[in-house]
Design a protein around this ligand. Structure first.
Ligand code: SF4
Length: 710
């Protein structure tokens, strides 16, 4: 029988989980989201969704939603429900007082790659344009900043040159530091399809673990943790001797090859095999497949979350430049973004070292351009604090107030005990979030309830530079507000408090914010001056650049071999291999690796509340090799304590041949809300890459002790 639903309607939007950026169609009955399916017309997924995306509608009914603003006036008291007026006036008073007493750098904003581009834009303008501090950084610092730095040092711009369609055109796919099968499942479906259609296509996976992605590969290079630069240099060495380089491309489109050639001369297959713990023959095979091309590389946290993340990214890009595998179908270095809008945040300069339109804070001309755009006297030149530096500065008292939006640093930062101490020591912690079940919640003096997926409006940009509209399918619950609305309201109140007679924040809707952002890109590498909400409505998701007068965006970059470096030539990056921050020794003999599971997302505030998403992995475990278990008389299911100088956690052991002897793996999802004690990030070092400032969240050295239950 036909069933009639009152006010049943469908809304096109975007999945909020990962950087693949799949299009979704949300079904709503009345005010309630009741279903979600893949958008068959979206070029990222063509109708497919992974387990996380296909259960999104169930997360729209969660109990863990925050519905009202709350404030506590003293740490001894619980937070109490207040009105938005009261909450924002309180924050304005405290911020104004701190700024007037200690200067603008005594406040900070820590935001998120899950915010929409429009949210990001106004947060950035609030900090750098109105308050006058560059202390605005984001959890994308933990995710993508080494990829940004890698592109900039080699190609001159933070612009991924390839697109998803290149998967169908490549003959060699090199996946490095990415368990694509779990972390970017719909991209992996496309890889499976491409391999099925073209069995001759070679897939090389570089990963210390034998992940699901690695098991699918023709060649798995199970390198020792952190040895990626040595491997890439070794491959270049082989390509040199085998005559696989494109010397004309090197001559016409690059600089710095001779110096790099001198460096890689000593990276013989024998030496690299010893450093990486793999076979010489496999290095030679990988080099030959890569050199034959067309070659596409895809990479993620395994390269980025490292104290040498910039060098790792750039060493891989070197291979593309040396073989001319860039700017043509099926070729190019393609960084996968972890979060749904890490790319959009970079576009609006929502990081401590960036400015709108891919401008650099360190560049005086760029600061002047942005100041003109915003109508402010200047943008301060002093560098802002990046993620790890920011929480250190809160701990030392240099930063007194921190506003955290849409992220959970009490779970996701390295060296968590230090971060928790800093949140306790802060004079004021403002938390703006849709959920009240995060580890950061208990530290908030002011809680501002935010809207979330299914309710928000704006745009996001996925890994392939594709901008998609995010549309509301249901009203915000309770008194929740959109993130941009809360920022604009706060900014206008702060302007009044500071005696300003006009506002920099005259935005009646997200479209007006988008239009200002669009203008900031004029003449830049990501120029979207030809794009508008109207065009996105009419033509669907579009890639940047999309210049004024263009009829579509550009699928690939650098097709003409002209790069954003002086003289238009790309720059080879000449680095040497260096070890991880923490090294194993007799006291800490195990490499502890972290990563993601298929059905969980970040700190589980959304996915952790759905029973069906535990079918794949029902509890946190440490994966351990059978040889190590036998040597230490540990059985499957035994409880062990894993520790180093920063902390410890108690966890069940699971035998696994995904890890090698002397390696352990723990997923990063479980934190204090979902297990006893802090999650694995408590053990991770706060050390970070000196260029990208991205911390080494992937690796530390630990000891393991068997626990006997009383
Ligand atoms: Fe969402 Fe990523 Fe899954 Fe696509 S692949 S449905 S964007 S989680």
């Amino acid at each position: 029988p036909v069933q009639f639903y009152p006010q049943r309607r469908e809304t096109r939007s975007t999945c909020c989980y990962c950087g693949v950026g799949c299009g979704v169609i949300i079904t709503t009955e009345g005010k309630q989201i009741v279903d979600v399916k893949g958008d068959p017309e979206h070029p990222a997924n063509f109708g497919r969704l992974c387990t996380k995306g296909s259960t999104l509608h169930l997360t729209a009914k969660l109990d863990a939603r925050a519905l009202h603003p709350e404030v506590r006036l003293s740490r001894d008291l619980p937070r109490e429900r207040v009105t938005w007026d009261s909450a924002l006036d309180h924050v304005v008073d405290r911020f104004a007082d701190i700024i007037q007493t200690h200067g603008p750098d005594a406040v900070a904003f820590y935001i998120s790659g899950q915010l929409l581009t429009e949210d990001y834009y106004v947060f950035n303008k609030l900090a750098k344009g109105l308050i006058g501090t560059n202390n605005v950084d984001t959890n994308s610092r933990l995710c993508m900043s080494s990829a940004v730095a890698g592109y900039k040092v080699t190609l001159g711009a933070d612009a991924p040159p390839a697109c998803y369609e290149d998967i169908d055109h490549t003959q060699c796919l090199l996946i490095a530091g990415s368990n694509t099968a779990f972390a970017h499942p719909i991209v992996f479906r496309r890889i499976e399809d491409a391999k099925a259609n073209n069995p001759d296509m070679k897939i090389i996976v570089v990963d210390p673990r034998r992940t699901d992605t690695a098991q699918f590969a023709d060649l798995h290079l199970a390198i020792l943790p952190g040895t990626d630069v040595a491997l890439f240099h070794g491959m270049l060495h082989v390509m040199l001797w085998e005559g696989l380089l494109d010397m004309a491309y090197i001559r016409n489109h690059t600089e710095g090859f001779e110096a790099l050639k001198e460096t890689v001369r000593e990276y013989t297959p024998k030496m690299v095999a010893d450093i990486c713990g793999i076979r010489e023959a496999d290095i030679i095979q990988a080099a030959k497949w890569f050199g034959a091309g067309p070659t596409l590389s895809m990479y993620c946290m395994g390269l980025n979350q490292s104290i040498h993340g910039t060098d790792k990214n750039a060493a891989l890009i070197n291979l593309h430049l040396a073989t001319g595998q860039i700017g043509k179908p099926g070729a190019g270095p393609f960084s996968l973004t972890g979060q749904p809008n890490a790319m959009g945040g970079r576009e609006v300069g929502g990081m401590a070292n960036l400015l709108s339109g891919h401008r650099d804070l360190a560049n005086a001309e760029h600061r002047a351009e942005v100041a003109r755009l915003w109508g402010v006297p200047d943008v301060p030149a002093s560098p802002g604090k990046t993620a790890v530096e920011m929480f250190d500065a809160v701990n030392s008292g240099e930063i007194k107030a921190i506003w955290i939006a849409c992220t959970n640093p009490a779970h996701s930062m390295p060296d968590l005990n230090n971060v928790l101490a800093s949140l306790q020591n802060a004079e004021l912690v403002v938390l703006q979030d849709a959920f009240n079940n995060t580890d950061s919640n208990q530290y908030a003096d002011v809680f501002l309830p935010a809207s979330t997926w299914g309710e928000k409006e704006g745009t996001v940009t996925n890994s392939e530079r594709r901008i998609t509209r995010v549309r509301p399918a249901a009203p915000k619950p309770g008194e929740a507000r959109h993130d941009w609305e809360a920022v604009v309201d706060f900014a206008q109140r702060l302007e009044q408090k500071l005696g300003k007679t006009s506002t920099l924040f005259n935005y009646p809707n997200t479209e007006t914010i988008f239009n200002e952002h669009r203008e900031s890109t004029r003449g830049r590498d990501l120029d979207i001056t030809g794009l508008s909400y109207k065009i996105l409505e009419a033509q669907g998701p579009q890639q940047w650049p999309f210049k004024d007068g263009a009829s579509s965006g550009e699928a690939r970059l650098y097709t003409d071999g002209i790069f954003q470096k002086p003289g238009g030539k790309a720059q080879f990056h000449n680095a040497v291999y260096k070890a991880t921050a923490d090294k194993t020794d007799a006291r800490h003999p195990f490499h502890l690796l972290t990563g993601r599971l298929r059905d969980q997302w970040h700190g589980m505030s959304r996915t952790g509340t759905l029973a069906q998403l535990y079918n794949h992995a029902e509890e946190p475990v440490v994966s351990m090799h059978a040889d190590d278990m036998q040597r230490r008389q540990i059985k499957n299911g035994d409880i062990v304590k894993i520790s180093n100088k920063r902390g410890s956690l108690t966890i069940k052991v699971q035998q696994s041949d995904e890890v090698k002897p002397a390696e352990l793996f723990i997923p990063m999802h479980w934190g204090r809300q979902f297990m006893h004690g802090l999650g694995v990030n408590a053990l991770m070092p706060p050390a970070f890459d000196k260029t990208s400032k991205q911390p080494e969240l992937k690796h530390t050295a630990v000891k393991i002790e068997k626990r006997t239950l009383p």
